[in-house]
Design a protein around this ligand. Structure first.
Ligand SMILES: [Zn+2]
Ligand SMILES: [Zn+2]
Length: 315
């Protein structure tokens, strides 16, 4: 099969179709999408080598599987299920885990991929495959609500109106909080507004503008500094950005202001699929362009441009 393999540079290579081990199934990839993590991996993040990609919708082709012939999305962390962290409800933190297209596990930018059957979720018929490809990043957005209690009376600043920021903004809107999404790019602010999101240029923020909760999802190392500047004392900062080179921050200001800093990563798929199924989150306007798999290198060139939101690959 053809796959996008990363080893110093990304290239399309002919590789063998993967063979699923016990408990895993073979999945034919239908759609995938490019995430900031993929772009960071190409810069050296995680030191990953292998087939890239972790956001996908596919059809199970292993005939013994209960999902055989059906459309699925898959959780990206493959954990051991037996260690202390797995047994205490933290399987995304299993020290023995591999992660689809990110760590020790070949990804989805290929004809086929392999995942444990227990990682899979059926995609309801009424969710289009191009929309279902957003399940993984939307689950990461919903994870914030698993981690902290957010009261409707609290105001929220979201930094970054990109791939993840627009999903997070849509989820916060459901909570009834006064939320403003900031970006440095005029086109991203315009895009957010066209989706009914309250958005503004970050340059318009004055020093006294502050929020009880700041969510940092700019994808840039210096975003964290900006977010901290606009957080009230005892406020909460949610960090979503992972980058190849991270910024040093002044810890004194965290002590003095008693800031609470919460790292946030992968989330549950069920609530994400439910939000998509109920049309409470609509990622459709975020799709900038759909490329065929043969054009995936071009798709990457496109995905790094600042005016681009989400690039989808049709396999
Ligand atoms: Zn992702
Ligand atoms: Zn484990």
């Amino acid at each position: 099969m053809k796959a996008l393999v990363f080893n110093k540079v990304p290239e399309i290579l002919e590789v063998p179709v993967p063979v699923p081990e016990h408990g895993s199934v073979l999945i034919k990839v239908l759609y995938s999408s490019i995430c900031n993590t993929d772009i960071e991996i190409i810069k050296g993040y995680m030191g990953f080598k292998g087939i890239l990609g972790h956001e996908f919708v596919g059809e199970v082709v292993t005939s013994e599987s209960r999902f055989f012939g059906q459309r699925v999305v898959g959780e990206i962390n493959c954990s051991c299920g037996e260690c202390y962290l797995c047994l205490t409800g933290r399987k995304t933190h299993c020290p023995y885990r591999s992660t689809l297209g990110i760590m020790d596990h070949d990804g989805v930018f290929a004809e086929y991929c392999v995942l444990p059957e227990s990682n899979l979720h059926l995609v309801p018929e009424d969710i289009d495959p191009e929309i279902a490809v957003f399940t993984e990043p939307l689950a990461a957005a919903v994870e914030i609500f698993e981690q902290i209690q957010i009261r409707p009376s609290q105001n929220v600043f979201i930094f970054g109106a990109g791939k993840l920021g627009l999903l997070i903004s849509q989820v916060f809107r459901l909570n009834g909080c006064e939320t403003i999404t900031f970006d440095i790019s005029e086109s991203k602010v315009k895009k957010a507004r066209s989706m009914g999101i309250h958005a503004a240029l970050v340059q318009t923020l004055s020093e006294s503008d502050k929020a009880e909760i700041c969510v940092e999802c700019t994808g840039n190392a210096d975003g964290i500094d900006i977010a901290l500047k606009h957080l009230y004392p005892r406020g909460k900062l949610i960090l979503k950005t992972t980058v190849e080179k991270c910024e040093k921050i002044d810890l004194n200001q965290i002590v003095i202001n008693e800031f609470e800093i919460i790292g946030s990563r992968c989330g549950l798929f069920e609530p994400a699929l439910s939000l998509l199924g109920q049309r409470l989150v609509n990622p459709q306007p975020m799709i900038t362009k759909v490329f065929s798999f043969e054009e995936i290198l071009k798709a990457f060139e496109c995905a790094v441009k600042p005016e681009i939101i989400k690039v989808i690959i049709k396999h």
